[in-house]
Design a protein around this ligand. Structure first.
Ligand code: ADP
Ligand code: MG
Ligand code: MG
Length: 642
């Protein structure tokens, strides 16, 4: 979830006098870097994925599954090779150790993040190693677990925040003045405490906002769900604020962990140059809601089935540090702007020259700091980029470290730390990543909407599809742009229950249009139509276009081609509804379980069975033809056991 710095993190009060400093010098750092690197070209395509895993402890006797709070202990072991490598590089200048994986902490103490040891490169053969590498990562983690533990790649752990959901047992402590969440449900120890950033960030967000975060997700009303559904929090130590913030007929949550403790699948690409990175940022943005709907995997929260399928709005609310004034509830007195979205949300403006060809793309009034905007423009940054940065910079810093602030008020103009401070806590569907100074890395973009899937097979399918789309988009110069306001609407629709089956999304059909003298042809299409095409029309669908792109390449080995067709089949059948999304599959599993009482509550033994079966599915020991069917692999090169 962004950069981790060494040093003591500051409290909200300690940070207040430094907000201006970080913003002012963050902008100066960006301007300097931008001017130094804006004309740099010729970076190779590199890319990589990020997968988060949840550690689960199974109690076979009482048939309970709990999240196991041992990320810190596991990370100490998972990062040994990386540490050895760093030492070797320091001593000898180079390293004999080739890393297959890198491991990082995440918000919750039951989760770890794994990425490939080195990024993938341009050759098509890498597509045949993605799933293998995911399997290697999972095996590395599994090798460190106890016999009664498993790791799952699940967007949402269904009973987060329920009594007794952790191992070892922990308890929320809302009245304790040192408690950084004040949550009625989230125990402090469920947050990763091995690095002080996460607890500080939670406290700072709450303090800046002026109250606890409030997450309200519509409950899925089943036959025995109370109507209206209203929870009584008085026995949990509520001071009345939770009862006020909780909406009837909604599942209420009150801590950052309910959002940042969810897992996702992210992808980062390095572009040849800044222009290409800007194009990718824009072109992939309209795809975000579509991929969110297709990968939907979050049907339960705090032990209840909910009426939505995706995590996105929940994370948005879980880190929403806007004050009442900024949320438009009170007149602006202390704050500068009314801000329509949380700092975790979909993007608000396009960045590439493409969006200048028609004036309806950036159709939302962009809120930004005029002074910062002017400074960026005066510093040689073009209007679109200046607006983007000035928009990110409407947010305060919510995470500062003592060692990054110099008491004499000076700053390092060649660093990017103050810029990254604001940038890395703006969690949007797409992230435009400037090159980190001195690391030989180019301009990158990150694709962040996808929900995490149960198996490596499904995750690899999603990853390979998005990466190949980027190749096809750049090669054929497609244009997927549509007005930002329509993408916002698509984000709302994407999260609805069974959006793949029931929702239509604004989508551009004339994607081959380069120069535009007329308005884009935007229609409302289903995910099925967007991916699989519209029979009898010229819109063939994204899967056909990716296949066509591959046919034009001469370096696709038969084995890679076979792997990819399996992936395309999965995505095609998910889009058409022939196969269930992870959300629908989990929902059905719970609803059909003999212990489920039709009251929207996920029983403990149901969760236990679900975890056991999910583990078998990801290991290939259990197959459910409603979730995915994979043709037997003939591959000789990649044995997934290594
Ligand atoms: P963050 O958490 O800020 O998104 P991470 O460092 O966790 O970033 O993940 C970065 C991702 O980018 C990983 O998948 C990694 O393999 C990939 N990656 C690393 N170096 C490059 C590069 N030069 N170009 C593109 N992707 C890269
Ligand atoms: Mg990361
Ligand atoms: Mg990331």
């Amino acid at each position: 979830m962004g950069l981790l710095s060494a040093g003591e993190p500051m409290s909200w009060e300690e940070m207040k006098p430094w907000q201006l400093h970080v913003r002012k010098y963050g902008v100066k750092q960006f301007i300097k870097l931008y001017n130094r690197l804006k004309d740099e070209k010729g970076r190779a395509l590199k890319w990589g994925d990020e997968v988060e895993y949840i550690i689960v402890k199974l109690d076979h006797e009482s048939r309970k599954a709990r999240v196991s709070l041992k990320a810190e202990e596991l990370l100490a072991k998972l990062t040994v090779k990386e540490e050895l490598m760093k030492e070797e590089v320091e001593k000898t200048g180079s390293s004999q150790i080739e890393l297959l994986s890198l491991w990082r902490p995440e918000y919750a103490s039951y989760m770890v993040e794994g990425t490939p040891g080195v990024p993938y490169e341009g050759s098509m053969s890498f597509f045949n190693t993605v799933e293998h590498n995911m399997r290697v990562r999972r095996n590395e983690l599994e090798a460190l677990l106890e016999k009664d533990e498993i790791c799952v790649s699940l967007s949402t752990y269904p009973r987060l925040g329920c009594p007794d959901f952790t191992f070892p047992p922990t308890h929320p402590d809302p009245q304790n003045p040192d408690n950084f969440t004040k949550s009625l449900f989230w125990p402090s120890k469920a947050t990763f405490l091995g690095h002080p950033r996460f607890s500080r960030l939670s406290a700072n967000i709450r303090e800046r906002r002026g109250e606890k975060v409030a997450i309200n997700v519509p409950i899925f009303k089943d036959v025995n769900t109370p109507d209206p559904f209203i929870e009584d929090f008085s026995g949990l130590g509520d001071d009345g604020s939770s009862a006020n913030a909780a909406k009837p007929d909604h599942v209420y949550m009150d801590a950052m962990g309910f959002g940042m403790g969810l897992c996702c699948l992210q992808l980062t690409f390095q572009a040849d140059n800044i222009c290409e990175a800007r194009s990718l940022y824009d072109q992939l943005a309209p795809l975000c809601p579509i991929m969110l709907a297709l990968t939907a995997a979050s049907p339960c929260h705090r032990g209840y089935l909910v009426d939505t399928d995706c995590r996105w709005d929940i994370i948005a609310a879980s880190v929403d540090d806007r004050t009442r004034e900024e949320r438009g509830l009170d007149p602006l007195v202390h704050n500068k702007f009314v801000i329509p979205k949380s700092r975790y949300d979909s993007i608000d403006s396009y960045l590439s020259g493409c969006c200048k060809n028609w004036n309806g793309y950036n159709d939302k009034e962009l809120i930004y700091d005029e002074e910062i905007f002017k400074e960026l423009c005066d510093g040689g940054v073009d209007v679109l980029m200046a607006q983007h940065v000035a928009h990110l910079f409407i947010r305060d810093s919510v995470s500062m470290f003592q060692n990054k602030i110099k008491s004499d008020g000076s700053y390092d103009e060649d660093d990017l730390d103050h810029f990254e401070n604001i940038q890395s806590t703006n969690w949007q569907t797409m992230r435009f990543k400037p090159p980190p100074p001195g690391q030989g890395i180019g301009w990158r973009v990150e694709f962040r909407p996808c929900e995490l899937q149960i198996s490596d097979f499904e995750n690899a399918a999603v990853v390979c599809f998005v990466v190949l789309l980027t190749r096809a988009i750049l090669s054929y110069k497609w244009n997927l742009l549509m007005p930002i306001s329509l993408m916002d609407e698509n984000m709302k629709r994407a999260q609805k229950r069974d959006a793949v089956l029931n929702q239509k999304f604004y989508w551009r059909k004339d994607i081959f249009t380069v120069s535009e003298d007329s308005d884009p042809q935007i229609e409302e299409l289903s995910v099925d139509e967007i991916l699989n095409g519209i029979p009898g029309s010229d819109y063939q669908g994204l899967l056909a276009l990716v296949r066509e792109y591959m046919r034009g390449l001469d370096d696709v080995e038969a084995d890679t081609s076979c792997t990819l067709s399996n992936y395309w089949q999965l995505l095609s059948q998910r889009a058409s509804g022939k196969l269930k999304t992870n959300a629908r599959w989990i929902r059905d599993y719970i609803s059909k379980h003999p212990s489920y009482r039709g009251d929207s509550m996920v029983p403990e033994n149901t969760l236990y069975d679900l975890m056991v079966d999910i583990d078998k599915i990801q290991k290939g020991e259990l197959k459910d033809a409603a979730l995915f069917v994979r043709a037997e692999r003939k591959s000789k090169t990649k044995d997934i056991k290594s």
